[in-house]
Design a protein around this ligand. Structure first.
Ligand code: G6P
Length: 613
C-alpha cells in the first residue's frame, strides 16, 4: 500500500531515495516525505500529493546532502491526507524518524501510555505512536541503542509493519524491521538500499535478502546484523533479484497500464512455457506434484481473493466445476474469513492474488489452513507472504505489474487457474482428447490476444463516442459474467465513471430500471451456450433506448443488427473466452480514463497492494 525506501552508505542519498520513491509511487501516492541525517541533525521534508511535489519542496528548502536517510509514499489509513500525517514521523526527544507500512493495531493504548508520560502528538497516525515509543525507550546511557529500542518497541506492538528508523544520535545507522508487510534489504559495496518492493532496489544492486517476520536488521555502511525482536541472531539468505530494470520501465508506452495490457501475449507465453505437453496431454505444474493425490481426491475447492483477483477466481470456479467436476465456489476473502466457514474433509483452498500481500486474502488463507484445508496459491510475486504460507502453488510468471488497475495479472490468474483445472481434470474425468484440444487452444491464445490488440484504435473510437456518459452497464452470462464484473471494475477504477457489472439475466430483475435513452450497455456476446439468451437480453436493453456495445465472435455479422457497436474477438472455446473478451474491456477503460484526462497509473483513492484488512 505505502512505499518505503531507505539508504545507508557513503554517498549523499537524496537522489537515490527520490528515484526509488518514484518507482514505488504506484503503491501509494496521497503524500510523501523524506528524512535525512546531516550536519549532526535530522532533516525532514514532506508534501501532500505526488512525489513530484516533494521534489519541489526539497528544491525550495535546499536539497539534502546526508548519507543516511529514508522516505515514504503514503496511502492513508489512520488520519486524513495532510502534511502532518505524512511520513516520516519523529519522536520529541532524540531526533528519531520512522517510516511505516501497515497498521499498529494497539496504537490507541500505546498513545494513552505515552501521553501519560508527557509526550505530545502532532498527527492522527498510528506511526507517530511508534516513533514516540522508540524515542521513549531509547537510552544509550543504559545500553539501549537504536537497534535495542526498536526491538523493545516492537515487543509491545500488535499489528502489521514494515519500518525503517534513523536517529540523529547514531548518524550512520539504519534500523529496519518487518512483520506481515514486505521489506527487502539490497546489499551493495559499503552501501545498503532497503525498500518495500524490489523495483526500488534493482537499479543499484541485484543482491538482496527478505526481512522475515519479527526480524530487525541494524545496518551501517560497514555491514549489517539481523536478529529477532528478542535479540536472537538470525542469518538471512542473500539472493539474486530476478527483476530486470526494463520490466519496470515504461519502454515507450504512455502508462504502465497500457504497457501491461499490450504485454499480455508475451506474459501468457511465459506463463505457459514448459507447463503444457500437448502430445502427452499432460499439464506439468512442478509446484503441485507433491500434492497431486490430494488434488485428485479433492471434494471441494474454495477460491478466496479480492478485487480483480476475485473475478479471476470466479472464472476459476466455473472452470473447476465445468471441466474438473469439483464443486467450487469463489468468495471475497474478507467475507470468508469472518463468517465461520465450514471446511469439509478434502477441501482445497486457493488464494488468488497478484501481490501475494493482500491482508484480507492472507487472513482467509490462515482461517482455511487452521480448519484443515490444503492451501494453494495462485500468486504473481515470488516469495510474497501468501506464497510463503501456502502448501503448494503455481506462480503466474507474468512479470511485475505496476499499473494500479490490474490487467496482465488478471489474464495470468485465469490462465493459471485453467492449467490447475486441467491438471486436476485429467486425473479425474477428462479425456486425453479434450485436454489436448484445450491445451492446443491455450497455446494459440497469445496470438489471438495480439489480434484483439490490433483493434485498439477502433476501441478508442467507440469509447470516445460514449465518453460523456456517466452510467454504464456490463453484462455477460456463464463464463463471461465475471468478465462483465471485471469490465465494470476497470472502468470505475480509473475513469471514475459509474459502472455496474452483472449477469445479463439479472438485469431484468431490477437494474433494468436504470436504463435510459443512450445509456451504454456493454454485452459480452461471443459464441457460446447462452448466445441466444444474451441476444434476448440485448433486445431488452435496446427496447428501452440503451445503446449496445457488443464484444462478439469474428464472423458474427448477425449481431450488427442488434448492437450499435461491435468489437470482435477471435473464435475460442467458451471456457477460455474470458481471457480474450476482457482485453477490449481493459482497453475501453484505459481510453476512457485518458480521454477524461485522469492519471491512469495513479487512480484516486486506490492502492496497488492493500496490506490492511
Ligand atoms: C487492490 C488493487 C486491485 C487488486 C486487489 C487484490 O485493491 O487495487 O487492483 O485486484 O487489491 O490484489 P491482489 O494483489 O491480491 O491481486
Amino acid at each position: 500500500m505505502c512505499g518505503i525506501v531507505a539508504y545507508v552508505g557513503l554517498k549523499p542519498c537524496q537522489t537515490l531515495l527520490m528515484e526509488g520513491l518514484k518507482r514505488l509511487e504506484y503503491r501509494g501516492y496521497d503524500s510523501a516525505g523524506i528524512a535525512v541525517i546531516q550536519d549532526g541533525g535530522l532533516h525532514v521534508a514532506k508534501a501532500v500529493g505526488r512525489v513530484a511535489n516533494l521534489e519541489d519542496r526539497l528544491e525550495s528548502i535546499g536539497n539534502f546532502h546526508g548519507t543516511t536517510g529514508l522516505c515514504h509514499t503514503r496511502w492513508a489509513t489512520h488520519g486524513g491526507v495532510t502534511e502532518i500525517n505524512a511520513h516520516p514521523h519523529t519522536d520529541d526527544k532524540n531526533g528519531i524518524a520512522v517510516v511505516h507500512n501497515g497498521i499498529i493495531e494497539n496504537y490507541a493504548a500505546l498513545k494513552t501510555y505515552l501521553e501519560e508520560k508527557g509526550h505530545v502528538f502532532k498527527s492522527q497516525t498510528d506511526t507517530e505512536v511508534l516513533a514516540m515509543l522508540i524515542g521513549e525507550l531509547y537510552s544509550p546511557a543504559e545500553g539501549i541503542d537504536l537497534e535495542a529500542a526498536v526491538q523493545a518497541a516492537l515487543r509491545e506492538v500488535t499489528g502489521a509493519y514494515a519500518i525503517a528508523v534513523i536517529c540523529e544520535k547514531e548518524p550512520d545507522t539504519l534500523v529496519v524491521a518487518r512483520k506481515g508487510s514486505p521489506l527487502l534489504v539490497g546489499v551493495g559495496n559499503n552501501e545498503f538500499v532497503v525498500a518495500s518492493d524490489a523495483s526500488a532496489i534493482v537499479a543499484h544492486t541485484a543482491q538482496a535478502f527478505k526481512v522475515d517476520d519479527y526480524n530487525v536488521v541494524k545496518i551501517t555502511p560497514k555491514g549489517f546484523r539481523t536478529s529477532t525482536i528478542n535479540n536472537v541472531p538470525v542469518t538471512p539468505k542473500i539472493e539474486q533479484l530476478e527483476l530486470e530494470l526494463q520490466e519496470i520501465e515504461l519502454g515507450g508506452y504512455a502508462h504502465f497500464m497500457q504497457k501491461e495490457i499490450f504485454e499480455q501475449p508475451k506474459a501468457l507465453r511465459n506463463c505457459f512455457r514448459g507447463r503444457m505437453d500437448v502430445r502427452e496431454s499432460k499439464v506439468v505444474l512442478g509446484g503441485l506434484n507433491d500434492h497431486a493425490k490430494e488434488l485428485t481426491k479433492a471434494r471441494r475447492t474454495v477460491l478466496v481473493a479480492q478485487g480483480t483477483a476475485l473475478h479471476a477466481a470466479m472464472i476459476g470456479e466455473y472452470l473447476l466445476e465445468d471441466l474438473a467436476k469439483v464443486p467450487s465456489r469463489a468468495e471475497y476473502a474478507s467475507e470468508f474469513r469472518y463468517r465461520n466457514p465450514i471446511i469439509e474433509e478434502n477441501t482445497v483452498v486457493v488464494a488468488v492474488s497478484q501481490s501475494g500481500e493482500t491482508a484480507d486474502t492472507l487472513a482467509a488463507l490462515h482461517e482455511a489452513k487452521d480448519r484443515g484445508a490444503l492451501a494453494l496459491g495462485v500468486i504473481n510475486v515470488v516469495g510474497s507472504s501468501i506464497s510463503r504460507e501456502t502448501d503448494a502453488g503455481v506462480y503466474l510468471r507474468v512479470g511485475p505489474e505496476i499499473g494500479v488497475a490490474s490487467t496482465k495479472a488478471f489474464t495470468g490468474q485465469v490462465a493459471v487457474l485453467t492449467l490447475i483445472t486441467l491438471f486436476m481434470a485429467r486425473r479425474r474425468f477428462m479425456s486425453n482428447e479434450q485436454c489436448s484440444d484445450l491445451m492446443a487452444e491455450l497455446d494459440r491464445l497469445p496470438e489471438k490476444i495480439e489480434r484483439v490488440l490490433e483493434s485498439d484504435a477502433k476501441i478508442r473510437k467507440v469509447t470516445e463516442r460514449y465518453i460523456g456518459k456517466e452510467n454504464w452497464l456490463f453484462l455477460g452470462r456463464g463464463y463471461n459474467y465475471p468478465t462483465a464484473l471485471e469490465g465494470a471494475l476497470k472502468l470505475k477504477e480509473i475513469s471514475y465513471i459509474h459502472a455496474e457489472g452483472m449477469p445479463a439475466a439479472e438485469m431484468k430483475h431490477g437494474p433494468i430500471a436504470l436504463i435510459t435513452d443512450g445509456m451504454p450497455a456493454v454485452f459480452i456476446a461471443n459464441k457460446g451456450k447462452q448466445y441466444d439468451k444474451v441476444m434476448s437480453n440485448i433486445q431488452e436493453v435496446r427496447a428501452r433506448g440503451g445503446h449496445v456495445i457488443a464484444v462478439a465472435t469474428e464472423g458474427d455479422n448477425e449481431i450488427r443488427k442488434y448492437a450499435e457497436d461491435v468489437l470482435y474477438i477471435p473464435d475460442i472455446p467458451e471456457p477460455l473466452s474470458p481471457m480474450l473478451a476482457v482485453v477490449p474491456l481493459q482497453l475501453m477503460a484505459y481510453h476512457a480514463a485518458v480521454l477524461r484526462g485522469h492519471d491512469v497509473d495513479k487512480p484516486r483513492n486506490l492502492a496497488k497492494s492493500v496490506t490492511v484488512e
